[in-house]
Design a protein around this ligand. Structure first.
Ligand code: IMP
Ligand code: MG
Length: 177
């Protein structure tokens, strides 16, 4: 495994995100909605650096299935979402890849009539986007390689790594995607 973004770099990047988000919302109450499962580590780190009144909720999105790293159809589950009617919402995800997850999740949230929706991601993969939308806050741009750690998984492994790394032959006993 090769480290792509170190623990220290991630700490700085999350700090920058928190700073930009605070500049924009100031003391306005904010509802953070985290896309499960990949964004839980970012969620935990980010909310501890924000000072406005916060509510936190989650929405589940699954597109990578099992051993497959090509996108399957996106399945969204909003059963665990708090009421966001009239709220300022910040949607957070681990990585912005093709963009379908954020775009489809925003469409779902839009139907719940929030006051506003913005989005923040830790990573944005270069040259992969298939949609016109861009997230409002991005901590790091990365090349187009499959990465794990800091919430991101390969076959549900590696989410616990404190850094972001790319897979190499032999990781998990199989070839990297
Ligand atoms: P998108 O819908 O293509 O933008 O994909 C976003 C989702 O795909 C993220 O929430 C991740 O769960 C997953 N994903 C995209 N690229 C990677 C990667 O390199 N490693 C692990 N998960 C990824
Ligand atoms: Mg995800």
């Amino acid at each position: 495994m090769k480290i792509v973004i170190s623990e220290d770099q991630i700490r700085d990047g999350v700090g920058r995100l928190a700073h930009e988000i605070t500049e924009y919302y100031a003391d306005r109450p904010l509802t953070i909605i985290a896309v499960l499962t990949g964004s839980i580590v970012l969620l935990a780190d980010l909310i501890r650096q924000l000072n406005m009144p916060l509510r936190v909720g989650v929405v589940q999105a699954s597109s990578y299935r099992g051993a497959s790293t090509t996108r399957g159809p996106l399945v969204l589950n909003s059963d665990l979402m708090p009421d966001i009617t009239g709220r300022d919402v910040l949607l957070i995800d681990d990585i912005y890849d093709t963009g379908h997850t954020l775009v489809e999740t925003i469409a779902l949230l839009d139907g719940m009539r929030p006051a506003s929706i913005r989005s923040a991601v830790l990573l944005r993969k270069r040259g992969r986007q298939q949609v016109a939308y861009e997230p409002d806050y991005v901590a790091f741009e990365i090349p187009n390689e499959f990465i794990v750690g800091y919430g991101l998984d390969y076959q549900d492994a590696y989410r616990d790594l404190p850094y972001v790394a790319s897979l190499e032959p032999g990781d998990l006993g199989g070839d990297p995607p």
